[in-house]
Design a protein around this ligand. Structure first.
Ligand SMILES: NC(=O)C1=CN([C@@H]2O[C@H](COP(=O)(O)OP(=O)(O)OC[C@H]3O[C@@H](n4cnc5c(N)ncnc54)[C@H](OP(=O)(O)O)[C@@H]3O)[C@@H](O)[C@H]2O)C=CC1
Ligand SMILES: O=C1O[C@H](COP(=O)(O)O)[C@@H](O)[C@H](O)[C@H]1O
Length: 502
């Protein structure tokens, strides 16, 4: 097995053949092709690249290119001429479970190396159901597709397992063919501009870092709400639920970035090592404690954006008695010097009033209220990190208003990436494909993180699977069940509104 030396190439265009397994599928169409197109538009790749699509459909190169073109038309309405770009796309139909077919793929990749002057660099992107990941990885190795003069990297989509034992099994399978530093496990939240900004906000600002601990922060709240329901993903979602779909990966990754110690250097190893320490310090729950710390919900029917919508149990491919949660709220505690006593609250759910991901850091109150009227409560300072749809930060302060004599009033300082810079930040997949092409694994999840997050989440899933819930327990278009508010009220806190309708 070849272990690669990581050299982050920031100056030159990476040269590689990108092989997409699952090239006729939804992810490739909606996210991957538009991202590769944007990489070319944004001068992140040059002409020395090729994309090979693999699926079972007996498409020709022409049909494949037509489909890629349609996906670009849908995602990038103001795109330019795509003809030259599309000429780099090649389709190779085969069933990935058939080892005999990999030799033909190998021949095609070598031909493309020659045509586009690519020095044997390969990105193998698994945009297929996880049950195929191990088979593809081992076939790639056994048939010699990873033995080239250049680098070979394996990009793995979620879900990475459904619990710790299945994740471990999957990891063992892919590790039989690729070393850890060749594996890029996607968590698309790590490609979002404002998730990447968490580190910069914390470690590049003298006004925050000294306060970033349990002495000055009362609590941190992470909310990721969606107004969409489960759509056509009922079959997958029934075996997942919000806990495994969102908390195990995206939410716990944000927790790690918010709570980690400053890394000694900005390298992927150093950052991962600090994130892993946070995940190790997460206080594990016992099964009989889960109901004190975590709340689950499932949407019933209701109204979203003035339209009546069905409840989860009425959705396609969903059991009419389903016990699957579409909402989770939780209180996380981190047992280390920096965070002991400061809870991190998380909540995520479908069919909530709006699409929004926000982090609210609530600072502790100052010791004495000099400025507010008697009986008026203080307005705590909040730092709000707006992940999406707006990208930016808002700082809630108190200041004297000219109209008032001596009293303070809450004010907001706003920085909005989209408005102020006037540019669109790259889509998460664009950023992640770019990073992988350049050998930068910082924004991908290491196996240690995957193992620790599954281990934390497995206890909650186990506790929930043994006791049926009284579902549905929140109406579509609301912020989840009442128990979510009660979770914070027990500690004397409340959720800070993250949508206009709250
Ligand atoms: N769609 C999304 O938004 C997201 C998807 N993901 C993950 O990405 C992966 C792909 O998802 P998605 O695109 O939605 O899935 P789809 O079901 O839309 O696509 C599956 C793809 O796999 C191919 N395929 C299936 N079996 C074989 C086989 N035996 N040999 C060769 N090709 C095969 C299909 O090609 P054909 O039909 O031509 O055989 C198709 O291209 C999954 O792991 C999913 O969890 C993660 C995040 C978001
Ligand atoms: O991974 C997933 O994420 C999406 C939410 O992602 P976002 O970038 O739109 O916030 C979620 O809808 C989906 O269920 C989940 O699998």
């Amino acid at each position: 097995m070849k272990s690669e030396v990581l050299i982050v190439n920031t100056e030159h265009h990476p040269k590689a053949v990108i092989v997409i397994f699952g090239a006729t599928g939804d992810l490739a169409k909606r996210k991957l092709y538009p991202s590769i197109y944007q990489l070319l538009q944004n001068n992140r790749i040059g002409r020395e690249f090729a994309v090979v699509g693999v699926g079972r459909r007996p498409w020709t190169n022409e049909e494949f290119r037509q489909n890629v073109n349609t996906s670009i038309e849908n995602a990038v309405p103001d795109h330019g001429d795509t003809e030259e770009f599309l000429s780099h796309f090649h389709y190779h139909p085969f069933d990935v479970t058939n080892p005999g077919s990999y030799q033909e793929l190998k021949g095609l990749l070598e031909e493309l190396d020659h045509t586009y002057e690519i020095p044997g660099n390969r990105m193998f992107y698994m945009a297929m159901a996880p049950e195929f990941f191990g088979t593809i990885a081992i076939n790639l190795k056994n048939e010699g597709l990873t033995s080239t003069e250049g680098w070979s990297r394996l990009v793995i989509e979620k879900p990475f397992g459904t619990d710790l034992p299945s994740a471990q099994k999957l990891n063992d399978e892919i590790r039989a063919a690729f070393s850890e530093d060749q594996i890029y496990r996607i968590d698309h939240y790590l490609g979002k501009a404002m998730v990447q900004n968490i580190e910069v906000i914390r470690f590049a600002n003298a006004i925050f870092e000294p306060l970033w601990n349990n002495r000055y922060i009362a609590n941190i709240q992470i909310t990721s709400s969606e107004w969409l329901g489960v759509e056509d993903r009922g079959r997958y979602y029934e075996s997942s639920g919000a806990l495994k779909d969102m908390v195990q990966n995206h939410i716990l990754q944000m927790v790690a970035l918010l709570a980690m110690e400053p890394p000694i250097k900005l390298t992927d190893e150093e950052i991962r090592s600090e994130k892993v320490k946070v995940l190790r310090a997460l206080r594990p729950l016992k099964e009989n404690e889960v109901s004190d710390y975590f709340v689950r919900g499932q949407y019933g029917k209701g109204s979203i954006r003035n339209e009546d919508v069905a409840g989860y149990r009425e959705e396609n491919n969903v059991d009419p008695q389903s016990n699957t949660e579409t909402f989770v709220a939780g209180k996380l505690t981190i047992d280390n010097f920096r965070w002991a006593g400061t809870p991190i609250y998380i909540r995520t759910g479908k069919r909530m009033p709006a699409k929004s991901t926000k982090i609210v850091v609530q600072f502790k109150d100052i010791p004495m209220n000099l400025y507010y009227n008697n009986g008026q409560s203080m307005h705590p300072n909040l730092l709000v990190i707006n992940i999406q749809p707006d990208e930016g930060i808002t700082l809630h302060l108190n200041a004297k208003k000219t109209s008032e004599r001596s009293y303070a009033a809450p004010i907001k300082l706003d920085y909005n990436n989209n408005c102020i810079d006037g540019i669109n930040t790259p889509e998460a997949y664009e950023k992640l494909i770019d990073d992988c092409l350049r050998g930068d694994a910082t924004n991908f999840t290491h196996w240690d993180e995957v193992a620790l997050t599954w281990s934390y989440v497995d206890t909650i899933a186990k506790a929930w699977s043994s006791v049926p819930a009284a579902f549905p327990n929140y109406q579509s278009g609301t912020m989840g069940p009442d128990a979510s508010d009660e979770l914070l009220a027990k500690d004397g806190f409340h959720w800070w509104p993250v949508t206009d309708t709250e």
